[in-house]
Design a binder for this molecule. Sequence first.
Ligand SMILES: Nc1ncnc2c1ncn2[C@@H]1O[C@H](COP(=O)(O)OP(=O)(O)OP(=O)(O)O)[C@@H](O)[C@H]1O
Ligand SMILES: [Mg+2]
Length: 385
Amino acid sequence: MNNPFIVTGKIPPEYFCDRKEESRRIIDGVAGGDNICLLSPRRLGKSKLVRYCYDIPEISQKYYTFYIDILHTKSLQEFTFCFGQAVFTQLRSQSRKMLDAFVRGLKSINGKFGFDPVTSMPVFTLELGEIDKPEYTLTEIFASLENADRPCIVTFDEFQQVGKYPEKNIEALLRSHIQHLSNVRFIFSGSEPHIVSQMFLSSSRPFYNSTSILELRPIKASVYVPFVTGHFAEAGKKIRPEDVRRVYDLFEGNTYCIQKVFHEAFDAVPGGSECTLDILRQTVDSILEEAGTGYRLMLSGIPTRQKELLYAIASEVEAEKITGVDFIRKYALVSSSAVQTAAAKLRKMELITFNDGKYFIPDIMFRIYLQRLVNPSKVFFADRQ
Ligand SMILES: Nc1ncnc2c1ncn2[C@@H]1O[C@H](COP(=O)(O)OP(=O)(O)OP(=O)(O)O)[C@@H](O)[C@H]1O
Ligand SMILES: [Mg+2]
């Protein structure tokens, strides 16, 4: 029997929970000519939401859709390579005519495509190093989308990454292209909301006022709880709504974490039985243990003073005035300046985030793992059986 709680790969629509309003906003926005900036903390479901929208017939039958994850890219050259490759791969499966036009349009790298000897279809044999004039190539890619026989939607996922490229004019460069395209709509999706929102909301930046912002929040408990109980019931398994809610609250509705718990719990319970709070507790424990392998390795590379601060912030959940005497005394830290240095390092590693005067650990699983590490006797859902 299929597990209805999907944590890896594609989510079939029947197992996709909610996001009705958000997908409507994206579809209507794109149809109305908007570019959209999709923001949320990590693992709330941005990427899956875009994929879900792409598969809705209103979109899939009308548009060419392209999805480019740029998390691993480090320069404009890599960005252009990834973009070109994504467009190529997508067109190859959608339209031979467009594919040929696309390959012909890429004059700057034209000679570098191979051809399949049997089908005579172009093959993407390009090497990264062969994109020696990324700005030209980028212009050519945009031009071929502009001339496509259908409107196009391009998603750049993990868009905050462009802020880390050595080239400093990327935002302005992209903006200047995007402004002139009438056949292409863009979705910029990012998981470091403060960075991405600065990019789109700060009046001094090129993307200012050019996109509508959609901030993704956790799926509402009032929708998620019946989603879980319903799928358990369909499989002849029982689970109490209030227990589902306990898990939801522990992970503050983080989509990945809650889906992971119910995925494992669903497998642990045979048909006809009940998924008790005790089973959920064991599931959470084993998930933390599994995640712990990676976390331990990472912690082993962090100097003591930074680790102490990390533990302190995890314990506080949201830590204010961390260089103040009260905080330093409470967690037996060394000094205000030592805390400041440690905080800067931890922020650089993106292990902590600073927002609204507060420090917190953005990876909620990691935060809970650290809380358990500091207090090994911590039992989840202990106040009820
Ligand atoms: N609407 C949904 N219904 C069911 N499961 C979902 C839904 N949205 C997301 N998920 C699950 O939550 C997890 C995280 O989703 P996704 O990768 O889309 O998040 P993200 O915001 O793009 O994360 P990141 O910031 O790490 O890129 C996935 O494992 C996915 O299976
Ligand atoms: Mg994502």
